[in-house]
Design a protein around this ligand. Structure first.
Ligand code: NAD
Ligand code: UDP
Length: 337
């Protein structure tokens, strides 16, 4: 199949590009490089041993999308492009609604114009908000507690309405939990700008010596060891979930939602220990106050994805840590050269 990946040089897009290309699909990447760069596409080519087209452009440019969909005879789109920093979304809501919501409308408008009606959308577990029960299943009430989460929910609702308006649409909404890890080659991985907000990239920068210590945001939660627990999913498992979603859509019209997570919560201490094991050193930590807005624990019920997509994770925190460490060494090498 010919598949367009918006945001295709980003963290999840780049790993999905590798999985799709290796499965025999023809992949085209489109990215405005606001949170990535062109060298990622070269490294995707290196891993796959293919020349994957990479278009520089913005999803809000409907004309460019029409041209790209037509030129490459695209049959399905995976829509990764978006902004994802929760804190920034509260400070700059218009930027987030414009990029994430208006950007999605522009893409859907272009797809409609050229009659490409198959799309996989990158949604997030943040659409659930305060847990009414755990694990979150897809029926859990939706009540995002930040602007970023609301942009994701709005796009989900737009896609639901689109599917109702025209039965030809084939849509999956994939709610990702906490993506971590890197491709086993060490050539691609998460590469955040500035000081990371998320736990795994922060740990990696402490291990690189770029940051002095990890702040552990609270150790008095009602969890196994008192630190926050999350559902960390290896980015390659997540990427494989997109391949499964695309196969599912070949035989299903309408709009279907899936959690992509492991179903197993892991604490801050547990993830840190796994990384220490991979990099062979003890990392400095400091106990810090709880981070405002943090939930003590949340994780997925991934049964629906298993039942409908035939997908489940095959990697654990040890794989996450070894692949992340390989990527960290590679990236430190790139920065030094
Ligand atoms: P990322 O920032 O690494 O990738 C997003 C890519 O989209 C970047 O390469 C960026 O340059 C590009 N982009 C942004 N706005 C664009 C625009 N208007 N036009 C064209 N390109 C644009 O993020 P990621 O972690 O790979 O996330 C991919 C998607 O998954 C996002 O929609 C994100 O909201 C969603 N998601 C991510 C996580 C996570 O923790 N990483 C969790 C849940 C959902
Ligand atoms: N966390 C931490 N120190 C950090 C970053 C995160 O202790 O520097 C904790 C955070 O409180 C949460 C967990 O790690 O319990 C995961 O945080 P992250 O931001 O990665 O994911 P999110 O909270 O958005 O699910």
């Amino acid at each position: 199949m010919n598949i367009l990946l918006t945001g295709g040089t980003g963290y999840i897009g780049s790993h999905t590009a590798v999985v799709l290309a290796n499965a025999g699909h023809s992949v085209v990447l489109l990215d405005n490089f606001c949170n990535s760069n062109r060298s990622v596409s070269e490294r995707i080519n290196q891993i796959t041993n293919q020349m994957i087209p990479c278009i520089e452009g913005d999803v809000r440019d409907t004309g460019l999308l029409v041209k790209t969909l037509t030129e490459f005879k695209i049959e399905a789109v995976i829509h990764f492009a978006g902004l994802k920093a929760v804190g920034e979304s509260g400070q700059e809501p218009l930027k987030y609604y414009d990029n994430n919501v208006a950007g999605s409308i522009s893409l859907l408008e272009a797809m409609k114009q050229v009659n490409v009606k198959t799309i996989v959308f990158s949604s997030s577990a943040t659409v659930y908000g305060e847990p009414q029960y755990l694990p979150y299943d897809e029926e859990h009430p939706l009540n995002p507690i930040n602007t970023y989460g609301r942009t994701k929910l709005q796009v989900e609702e737009i896609l639901q309405d689109l599917a109702k308006s025209d039965p030809q649409w084939r849509i999956t909404l994939l709610r990702y939990f906490n993506p971590v890890g890197a491709h086993e080659s060490g050539l691609i991985g998460e590469d955040p700008n500035g000081i990371p907000n998320n736990l795994m990239p922060y740990i990696m920068q402490v291990a690189s010596g770029k940051l002095p210590h990890l702040n552990i945001f609270g150790n008095d939660y009602d969890t196994r060891d008192g630190t926050g627990e999350r559902d960390y999913i290896h980015v390659m498992d997540l990427a494989e979930g997109h391949l499964a979603a695309l196969s599912f859509l070949q035989n299903h019209q309408g709009c279907e939602t899936f959690n992509l997570g492991t179903g197993k919560p892991v604490s801050v201490i547990e993830l840190l220990s796994a990384y220490e094991q991979a990099c062979g050193q003890k990392l400095p930590t400091k106990l810090a106050p709880r981070r405002e807005g943090d939930l003590p624990i949340y994780y997925a019920k991934p049964n629906k994805a298993k039942e409908y997509l035939g997908w489940m994770v095959t990697r654990g925190v040890a794989d996450v840590s070894t692949s992340s460490y390989r990527w960290q060494q590679m990236r430190d090498g790139l920065a030094a050269s």
